[in-house]
Design a protein around this ligand. Structure first.
Ligand SMILES: Nc1ncnc2c1ncn2[C@@H]1O[C@H](COP(=O)(O)OP(=O)(O)OP(=O)(O)O)[C@@H](O)[C@H]1O
Length: 229
């Protein structure tokens, strides 16, 4: 039987007092790659934020990477995020330090102490995104696509059970988006589970996968046909 990594049942997603999505039923099994699509303002980011503990799940039930979203305490959120790799549209790299130090910062913040082990891990994740020769570069010396690769490498540091990518190609041109998508697909092929919010339909057509759509305040699966995505 497939192992569920993420499950929401009859969930309601709120932004403050505003109901953004209702009747959300969603299961993601280990090893899946799932797109989350929908127009701007349809609730993709709100759903993602609920999954990484930035918004509270107030109605319905939910569990993710072994955490119960209904009973999640503030102090548990860092532990939840260690089991998630989160990738954002705007990379969120620290501009005052180089690539290596950006990654080391995350390892130290998550309890790593041994310098040699940290170096091995950093070079391992950089190799996975094809950036092993850029460890000494400052973020502003990198292109947008390269910065996103580093952000993906950062998301891999703690061997996450699930990667949540919120519009990871949103700031990239079409060719660079395809390159970054290839990196994400390689990571998926190596056994990782990925949920990716996007409104880049060209990418979905090029790399078809299970697709969920936020529309009219609800979430449903769409069939992979040009007319339906
Ligand atoms: N911090 C906030 N406070 C109150 N309402 C918010 C907040 N952030 C988003 N919203 C509202 O929640 C709804 C869903 O927004 P959300 O950002 O989840 O959409 P989205 O599908 O991710 O859009 P986009 O593709 O533009 O990122 C919108 O109506 C938005 O105005």
């Amino acid at each position: 039987m497939s192992e569920s990594i993420l499950s929401l049942q009859n969930a309601q997603i709120f932004q403050r007092e505003n109901l953004v999505l209702s009747h959300v039923n969603l299961t993601i099994n280990k090893g899946e790659f799932v797109y989350l699509i929908g127009k701007t303002g349809s609730g993709k980011s709100s759903l993602m934020k609920t999954l990484y503990g930035d918004l509270t799940l107030e109605k319905g039930t939910g569990s993710i990477v072994g955490f119960n979203l209904n009973t999640l305490k503030e102090k548990e959120i860092p532990f939840l995020r260690r089991k998630l790799g989160i990738v954002f549209q705007d990379f969120k790299l620290l501009n005052d330090r180089n690539v290596f130090e950006n990654l080391k910062f995350v390892l130290k913040a998550t309890g790593w102490k041994d310098a040699a082990k940290m170096k091995t891990k950093i070079m391992e994740v950089l190799a996975k995104v094809g950036m092993e020769t850029k460890d000494f570069k400052m973020p502003f010396q990198l292109s947008g696509g390269e910065q996103q690769r580093i952000a993906i490498a950062r998301a891999l540091l703690n061997d996450p059970d699930l990667i949540l990518a919120d519009e990871p190609t949103g700031n990239l041109d079409p060719a660079t988006s395809v390159d970054v998508m290839k990196v994400l697909k390689e990571i998926h092929n190596s056994g990782k589970t990925i949920l990716m919010a996007t409104h880049d339909y060209a990418l979905i057509l090029k790399f078809p996968c299970k697709t969920l759509k936020c529309e009219g305040g609800e979430l449903f699966e769409v069939v992979q046909q040009k007319s339906s995505v």
